[in-house]
Design a protein. Structure first.
Length: 410
């Protein structure tokens, strides 16, 4: 019996390392796969080889290597899906690498290609670059290789990634104009308060009359903005820094995510967006013949809301115990009723993948309609608020002038 050191990915997407005794590398790999682990490396050890030490401080301080962005991953998958239908896998990878203009993309794909040349399966070769190819992606590739339908799985993966990129692009495009409009409004108001108001107010210093209340309030705010702007920026930066670090803790992040789901309108928007992503991802994995429980566990790293991630973990536990997915979704109470209904229909008809895709399509259309309506109302609201603030500043300047005219006329 020989001893092998291995690195694997568990169903939750966490990396693990250890040692295993087996007759050869193939047997070690089979044992690890029977444990539902995705093998990254399995290296034979000599009897006197020391156990691996913790990484040195200098190694931990090295900068992270670049990884594929979401757009680059979608493009790579689509190109590989097309090329694998007409050429061998190694040649397809070489062609994709040559077509890329980015050096880091060529390096990552070249590393994967080297793994193929060493005799690894594609899923294991992709595991050489875990930052670029997440566990869910590699699990679907492994399922396609096992079923002998890799081009079909790559095509489904490409469609999934492209749809996610499309939804992300729509969200960014929808938010871009209101954000720019709000920023311009803030800059205009700041310029008025810092530079315009103080110079106008200087004209009233020698009047000897008490200024109107609105004018005094605006002058006070202008003095604060002109003399203490740096303190405001410091306080804002400190609050943002503290909030970011606080949300990295499990307890506060869980509380915040739960509160976010209870906020009117925003909570429903977040819930439906996560439900659409969950349904589309799970539908793609079910269509790829990946086991349902394994698919549920592999979706966990893609869910950023901790409450919804905990609910998904509960779904996996109930399904593993023999329950139905629709029953688990219904008992959870955090997913849209439409998703529960379509999943139940899919389970009864044996077309769960199709019903999940339809649920994702409907939820994404509802998300598009909701965001379009919300942004259509938000844009004029920003303009109205900006106009009201500017009008108050102008009124604060005009009131002393009108007061002086009344005094002069008297």
């Amino acid at each position: 019996m020989a001893e092998f050191r291995y690195r694997v990915i568990d169903p939750a997407g966490r990396g693990r390392e250890g040692r295993i005794a087996a007759r050869d590398r193939e047997e070690a790999g089979r044992v690890l796969q029977d444990r539902r682990l995705f093998v990254v490396d399995c290296i034979a050890l000599s009897p006197d080889e020391p156990r691996p030490r913790a990484p040195a401080l200098i190694a931990l301080s090295r900068p992270r290597r670049q990884r594929l962005s979401a757009r680059e991953l979608a493009l790579f998958t689509r190109q590989l899906s097309t090329l694998t239908q007409v050429s061998p896998l190694e040649e397809a990878l070489r062609t994709v690498a040559r077509q890329s203009e980015a050096a880091h993309v060529r390096r990552i794909i070249g590393h994967v290609q080297s793994g193929i040349l060493e005799g690894r399966r594609l899923a294991l070769a992709l595991a050489l670059e875990p930052a670029s190819f997440p566990p869910l992606y590699r699990a679907m590739i492994a399922a396609g290789e096992s079923a002998g339908s890799l081009p079909e799985i790559l095509d489904r993966l490409a469609a999934l990634l492209e749809r996610q990129a499309e939804v992300r692009g729509k969200l960014i495009a929808t938010l871009a104009y209101p954000l720019v409009l709000a920023l311009v409004a803030l800059l205009v108001v700041a310029a008025l308060m810092i530079w315009v108001v103080p110079r106008v107010v200087e004209q009233f210093d020698t009047v000897g009359q008490q200024l109107p209340l609105l004018t005094r309030i605006v002058i006070t705010l202008s003095d604060l903005a002109a003399n203490w702007w740096w303190l405001g920026l410091a306080i804002t930066g400190a609050l943002a820094f503290g909030a970011v670090h606080l949300l990295r803790l499990a307890g506060p992040r869980l509380t915040f995510d739960g509160w976010l789901l209870r906020v009117p309108l925003i909570g429903r928007l977040v819930r439906d967006l996560h439900a659409a992503r969950f349904a589309r991802t799970l539908g793609t994995m079910v269509a790829s013949r990946l086991p349902l429980v394994e698919g549920l566990e592999l979706t966990l790293p893609t869910i950023h809301n901790r409450v919804l991630a905990g609910a998904t973990q509960m779904l996996a536990t109930q399904v593993r115990g023999g329950g139905s997915l629709s029953g688990a979704l219904r008992s959870c109470g955090l997913f849209p009723p439409l998703l529960v209904y379509l999943v139940a229909s899919g389970e009864s008809s044996g077309r769960l993948d199709l019903m999940l895709e339809r649920a994702a399509d409907y939820l994404e259309r509802e998300f598009d309609r909701f965001t379009a309506t919300a942004m259509a109302l938000l844009e004029p609201a920003i303009i109205v608020v900006m106009g009201a603030v500017v009008a108050l500043i102008i009124l604060a300047i005009l009131l002393p002038i009108l007061q002086l005219q009344q005094l002069t006329g008297a």
